[in-house]
Design a protein around this ligand. Structure first.
Ligand code: PMT
Length: 224
């Protein structure tokens, strides 16, 4: 029996993994399934929120009752987030967004016949989480980011929280079959005030519910 404690709350959630085109048939991508982002959407809906999902290359069924906008690349995800964010009380950036994109996406399929393989030159993508955290559309907007780390998970998470300027950062260890594509995960939730909440191995829906509890606590404290 979930509380309807997000009733009247508008949330924007990114889910899935971006794909950066190399040519019409190839891309740089990652292993995100969108499960964690969709779990945030489904639990928020169950708790009464109005939910918009910016969904990057997710093949799961749409969360019933959510508005879903489909995007491919990091640039498209950024565009959609910037368009949708102004009405949002809470923004959760669960998508795995590419830090780099090929400088040029070839118009035709790259051929191998006889040619030497060419390096793919990369350019840096804008950091959307930092942008929306540091330039909020209203002062009470809560921004939740993620950090996918392979080592020094807490240390790198703390640095990322400070660099990006979000309110909460969910850090997870990735690689070796963890986090990406799984139905469960083990995370720590870092708060801008320095507190750390460990969430033991749990279903992604339970992780989302724990994070929503922290968001609700935050909103309630801010209001009092
Ligand atoms: O989708 P699943 O299979 O369920 O897997 C869940 C998950 C592993 C994808 C998820 O738990 C997760 O860790 N998502 C964030 C992955 C990621 O991109 O981490 P990062 O450390 O590279 O980025 C940190 C944060 O900045 C993220 O909130 C990301 O959305 C954001 N970012 C990153 C790069 C960029 N150019 N712009 C961003 O906004």
């Amino acid at each position: 029996n979930l509380p309807a404690d997000l009733r009247g709350c508008r949330v924007l959630i990114t889910a899935g993994g971006t794909r950066e085109p190399i040519d019409p048939v190839r891309y740089l991508g990652n292993h995100s399934s969108g499960r964690q982002g969709y779990a945030f959407a489904e639990t928020a809906l169950a708790r009464g929120a109005e939910v918009t999902v910016v969904s990057a290359n997710v093949t799961l069924p749409d969360p019933a009752g959510a508005t879903v906008r489909r995007v491919g690349s990091a640039a498209e995800l950024r565009e959609a987030v910037l368009q949708e964010r102004s009405g949002a009380d809470v923004i959760v950036m669960a998508a795995a967004v590419a830090d780099f994109r090929p400088v040029n996406s070839a118009e035709g399929k790259l051929k191998k016949d006889g040619a030497q393989p060419q390096p793919v030159a990369l350019a840096q993508n804008p950091d959307i989480l930092a942008e929306i955290s540091q330039d909020r559309t209203h002062s009470s907007q809560v921004v939740v980011g993620f950090a996918a780390e392979t080592e020094d998970v807490l240390g790198n998470g703390r640095s990322k929280l400070a660099a990006k300027g979000c309110d909460l950062l969910v850090v997870n260890r990735v690689g070796e079959g963890r986090a990406f594509g799984t139905t469960d995960n083990q995370v720590a939730v870092l708060s801008a005030d320095g507190s750390v909440a460990d969430i033991p191995l749990s279903e992604k829906a339970d992780i989302a519910d724990r994070v929503w509890d922290s968001v609700v606590e935050r909103v309630t404290n801010d209001a009092s």
